[in-house]
Design a protein around this ligand. Structure first.
Ligand code: B12
Ligand code: SF4
Ligand code: SF4
Length: 304
C-alpha cells in the first residue's frame, strides 16, 4: 500500500493541501472527549453528546476502516479588516467546507483506484480531527487545544479521509509548547484549561455556534471587545504562528475588499438582501444575519 500512500500525497499537494499524515484507525482516543462532554464543556452543542460513540469508534462511520489520512489546508495568517469588528481568520474568505469537498472527492477517487473505500470530512462529521492529526505526526495539540505545527503553526483547516486501505503510518510528534503559556494568558475569558477549551466560556462558541436565541453570559460579554465573529486571540500570541509567513494561502480564502471595508454599523443596518450578498460565499452565512447583528450590538467598541 506504499504506492497508494505516495499517490494520495502527490495528489494532495497538487490540490493545495499543505500537509499529509496517516494514522491507524484503531488508535485509542482515551476518555478526554467523554470527560469534556460529561463536564458540560460542549455548552449547547447537543450533537456532540449524540455523536460520542461514533467519535470513539470510526468503524461505525466506515465499516472496515483501517487508516485515517489527515490533511492540512492553510488559511490567511493576517486579519484583513481595515475597520473595527474582527472576523476570525478562518472565516475571512469563502466557506472551506465547499472549497475542500471537491478536492477531497478527488483524493477519494485516487484511493478507489487502489481498491479503497473512503469517507471524507472537513469539520463536517464525527471525527476527532485534532487527535488524529496529532497521531499522524502533523503537529501536536497545543495548550490552546489546537493542532500546532513546527512549520505553519495552527492557522490551518484539518480534513480527514477514512479509508479501508492499510496505509503506512506516521509517528506522532513531540509536544513543543515547552514552558510557554501565552495562549492561556491571552484568552480574554479564561476558557483554556489543561490544553482544552471550555466552550461555555469561548468567544468562538458564543459568536458562531450558540443559537441566535442564546445570550452571552455577562462575564463573557464584558470581554467581547471587538470580536464580531469567532476569536483568534489564543492563536495570535502563539510563537509558532509568527514564524511561518511564507505558507501559501488559497486566494479563495482571502477576505474580499468590500467586506474588509464594511464597518460593523453598516453590517448591522444593511438590508437582508445586501447582507446575504456580502456573505454569499462566506462561512459566516451559516451563523446567519440575526446572530451576527446581535454580536455587533454586544461588542464593546463603537460599531461605526
Ligand atoms: C466543537 C468544535 C469547536 C467548539 C469547541 C472547541 C474545542 N476546544 O473543542 C468551539 C465552537 C468553541 C470551537 C472553536 C474554535 N474552533 Co473548532 N471545532 C470543533 C470541532 C467540530 C470538534 C472539536 C471537539 O471535539 N472538541 C472537544 C475536544 C475535547 O475534542 P478534541 O479537540 O478532538 O480532543 C481530542 C484530543 O485532544 C484527545 N486528547 C487530548 N489530550 C489527550 C491526551 C491523551 C493522552 C489522549 C489519548 C487523547 C487526548 O482527546 C480528544 C478526543 O479524541 C472540530 C472539528 C472536529 N470534528 O474535530 C473543530 C476544530 C477543532 N475547530 C477549529 C477551529 C479553527 C476553531 C477556532 C480557531 C475558530 C475561531 N477562530 O473562532 C476556535 C478555537 C477555539 C479553541 N481554542 O479550541 C479547527 C482547528 C484547526 C487546528 N489547527 O487545530 C477544527 C479542527 C475544524 C477544522 N476541521 O479545521 N470549535
Ligand atoms: S478562541 Fe478566544 S475565547 Fe476561545 S479559547 Fe481561544 S482565546 Fe479563548
Ligand atoms: S501559545 Fe505557547 S502554549 Fe499556547 S499553543 Fe502556542 S506554543 Fe503552545
Amino acid at each position: 500500500m506504499k504506492k497508494a500512500r505516495q499517490a494520495v500525497e502527490y495528489a494532495a499537494k497538487l490540490l493545495g493541501f499543505s500537509g499529509v499524515g496517516v494514522t491507524s484507525a484503531s488508535t485509542e482516543q482515551g476518555d478526554t472527549l467523554r470527560r469534556w462532554v460529561r463536564e458540560g464543556c460542549h455548552a449547547d452543542m447537543i450533537w456532540m453528546e449524540r455523536h460520542l460513540t461514533v467519535r470513539e469508534n470510526p468503524q461505525l462511520l466506515l465499516p472496515g476502516v483501517r487508516s485515517i489520512i489527515m490533511l492540512t489546508y492553510e488559511y490567511p495568517r493576517i486579519d484583513s479588516r481595515s475597520v473595527a469588528g474582527s472576523i476570525a481568520r478562518y472565516a475571512q474568505g469563502e466557506d472551506y467546507h465547499k472549497l475542500l469537498a471537491p478536492k477531497l472527492a478527488d483524493l477519494d477517487e485516487t484511493l478507489s483506484f487502489y481498491g479503497g473505500v473512503q469517507r471524507c470530512f472537513t469539520d463536517s462529521g464525527p471525527v476527532s480531527e485534532r487527535f488524529f492529526a496529532a497521531c499522524a505526526g502533523i503537529g501536536w495539540i497545543g495548550r490552546n487545544g489546537l493542532l500546532v505545527r513546527r512549520r505553519g503553526g495552527s492557522y490551518c483547516f484539518l480534513a480527514s479521509i477514512l479509508t479501508t486501505l492499510d496505509l503506512p503510518t506516521d509517528e506522532p510528534m513531540a509536544n513543543h509548547c515547552g514552558n510557554c503559556h501565552r495562549c492561556e494568558d491571552a484568552c480574554p475569558t479564561g476558557a483554556l484549561r489543561d490544553g482544552s477549551c471550555d466552550a461555555r466560556l469561548c468567544l468562538a462558541y458564543w459568536t458562531i455556534e450558540a443559537g441566535e436565541g442564546a445570550d452571552m453570559p455577562p462575564e463573557v460579554r464584558a470581554v467581547q471587545g471587538e470580536h464580531m465573529y469567532g476569536c483568534d486571540a489564543c492563536q495570535e500570541v502563539c510563537p509558532w504562528n509568527r514564524r511561518a509567513g511564507d505558507m501559501r494561502v488559497d486566494a479563495h480564502l482571502l477576505m474580499p475588499a468590500r467586506l474588509a471595508k464594511t464597518s460593523p454599523k453598516e453590517l448591522a443596518t444593511m438590508s437582508e438582501a445586501e447582507w446575504q450578498d456580502i456573505f454569499a460565499q462566506s462561512p459566516v452565512r451559516r451563523t446567519g444575519s440575526v446572530h451576527l447583528r446581535k454580536n455587533i450590538r454586544s461588542m464593546s467598541v463603537s460599531p461605526s
